[in-house]
Design a protein around this ligand. Sequence first.
Ligand code: CP3
Length: 353
Amino acid sequence: MTDKTLLRALRGEVLPTPPIWLMRQAGRYLPEYRATRARAGDFLSLCYTPDLAAEVSLQPIRRYGFDAAILFADILLLPQALGPKLWFAEGEGPRMEVTASAAAVAALKPVSAIHETLAPVYETVRILARELPRETTLIGFAGAPWTVVSYMIAGRGTPDQAPAHALKAANRAVFQALIDKITDATVEYLSAQVQAGVEVVKLFDSWAGSLKGADFTDFALKPTARIIAALKARHPGVPVIAFPREAGPGYVGFARATGADCVAIDNSVSAEWAAGHLQPDGCVQGNLDPALMVEGGPRLISETRRIVQAFSRGPHIFNLGHGITPDADPDNVTRMVEAIRSGAGPGPGPAPH
Ligand code: CP3
């Protein structure tokens, strides 16, 4: 059907060499990214200028020959398209106009209005679908609702999502209404990305780890399941990668319960544990420590090989446990890719069917 390795792994095929891409592969560790960002002026202008956004998505593909490109955008463009102001204070990360009351939730624009703001993102997708090498898969994405509302409620990034937890405790109805709004908007947004040409979508739930017990089920698992069901109803067969970061034991059964084709894991769980507990349900993506992209040396190679080996009996997409950091050495990425593509072979024992 397809010879694209990433799509084959997502369908459950066990490949002799796993497909490779890296979270935040289009980013500040690359000098060519910094040059294009300087041309755009600032980060949001880069996101909303399709030619330049497509260019930074292509840069790591040219340099490393990764198996997948990720659309260049940000998870906070969707809430911005619903009305709240968004800006990036230099060195401080994202800032947003706060949405934390019934009135503020009611004042958000209707879901159908998002396309007006997000049209340049769809244009970036169309350029990439045209320009990527034929063997490279194009990944679209959105933030998962909990992670997105955590920024909307606090107006910024927070280490523990305390403002979002506080609203959830104080006014469950308003909190739920905000989750529902973002869930619906995310279906609409991802559906438009698929129509424009993305072949896979990923849901980033970067802060899923702070949801415990029933909250994890209600606000990480259920919204993800709703998005995946609605998206697959509109686009049958579109593969989805879910990343409930730092879910720990919550990773077990997450793909099955949400309908995701692949669960992406951080590096707080071991590859051996994940191979045993998660791979029986399907493809697993991960999970090299991003610090090794800075450190390099023999541990980079041995840990890379260990992860490839641990996952070699099931479907696997090689990636980091979180985004590559701005202080990573681009040459370490080359060394990692070589270690995977030269050292791999089928693991011992029969591959499951
Ligand atoms: O290669 C890619 O992955 C490019 C596309 C992409 C970006 N952000 C570009 C970006 C993707 C998929 C994201 C996801 C994203 N954005 C997440 C989820 C993944 C994760 O890392 O947990 C989150 C939480 C955000 C929100 C966000 N955007 C933050 C917290 C920050 C500031 C921190 C930082 O890394 O600077 C951003 C800015 C951002 N998004 C940059 C990039 C390349 C850096 C902007 C710059 O200064 O050039």
